[in-house]
Design a protein around this ligand. Structure first.
Ligand code: BV8
Length: 246
């Protein structure tokens, strides 16, 4: 492991452009449940039953009960050492870009710069009925939410979580930023099962452009066979150990 950490530190130190893709595993040490792990969110629910516009259209209250529960759980969570190292690198490296699939905003709370939240945020809502003012979305950090489902403050219609559901396109500017970030010298994919696209395709795009690619995860994923370096360990343990070698 130590040799791998030393190699990764050397690659990061020599990099001009560093891109970091994160998934739920980066927030696991903060107490935020992952999706597909042993105690994951999807074990109690089927993604298709909750994280799709069809599911919301069928039963907005059920979907909101799930998101309200996640908001309450995440409200009590704090950024962990993995978030802190990534935030520090985003402030120190002039060309460090962070692309997260996470909707918990813990990277935001850790002070991460050049951050693209490609699946949106649990702390932002938008108008399900698509009214002009509500379509852009608004921040709502109330815990608990007094009424379920919450209403759009602009038109009184249904509000939805401003996240990207399965079958929904990513917001154009976020997808563009994520794709641009694959033009880099070092691409780290950290704490993601590498199953959800287009996020899972980014490491392949980076490799095709000549980036040194590395994965930090507790277990092997579909990306493990692609990356130049696979480090098995918790992000909250590995990242500080790499940082101390820089
Ligand atoms: C789209 C909602 C097109 C918010 C989520 C090819 C190309 C394009 C699309 C597709 C494609 N193939 C299939 C699709 C469709 C689909 C998809 O990818 N399906 C999968 C299931 C096969 N993709 C989409 O629908 C996307 N939309 O492409 O639209 C389009 C174009 C035009 C017009 C219309 C449509 C939208 C995808 C976004 C879906 N929304 N969530 C929410 O409620 O959260 S996805 C959900 O999974 C989360 O957002 C999460 O971010 C994401 C990925 O999960 P992970 O973060 O990886 O978490 P997971 O639990 O799976 O894994 C955790 C990992 O951490 C594990 O590996 C574990 O070992 C590790 N770990 C745990 N602890 C630690 C750790 N690692 C390190 N340290 C630790 N301590």
């Amino acid at each position: 492991m130590t040799d791998k950490l030393q190699l990764l530190a050397e690659r990061i130190r020599a990099a001009r452009r560093l891109t970091i893709l994160t998934g739920a595993g980066v927030s696991a040490a903060s107490g935020v449940p992952t999706f597909r792990g042993q105690d994951g969110l999807w074990r109690h629910y089927r993604a298709e039953d909750l994280a799709t516009p069809e599911a919301f259209g069928r039963n907005p209250r059920l979907v909101w009960e799930w998101y309200a529960w996640r908001r309450e759980k995440i409200a009590g969570c704090r950024p962990n050492a993995a978030h802190e190292v990534i935030a520090a690198w985003s402030q120190v490296f002039p060309a460090c870009r962070v692309v997260t699939q996470n909707v918990d905003d813990l990277h935001v709370r850790a002070g991460t710069r050049n951050l693209t939240r490609i699946h949106g945020s649990l702390w932002e809502l938008s108008c399900w009925d698509g009214c002009a003012k509500g379509a852009a979305g608004w921040r709502d950090e109330r815990v608990p939410l007094r009424e379920l489902p919450p209403r759009c403050p602009h038109c009184g219609g249904l509000a939805r979580p401003a996240v990207v559901w399965f079958g929904e396109a990513l917001v154009g500017e976020n997808l563009r930023a994520a794709l641009e970030a694959t033009a880099c010298d070092v691409f780290l994919t950290i704490g993601t099962s590498a199953i959800v696209y287009p996020a899972a395709g980014l490491v392949h795009d980076a490799r095709r452009q000549g980036a040194f690619t590395a994965e930090i995860n507790l277990e092997a994923t579909p990306a493990s066979g692609t990356v130049d370096l696979a480090v098995h360990g918790g992000a909250e343990v590995v990242l500080p150990r790499v940082a101390e070698r820089l």
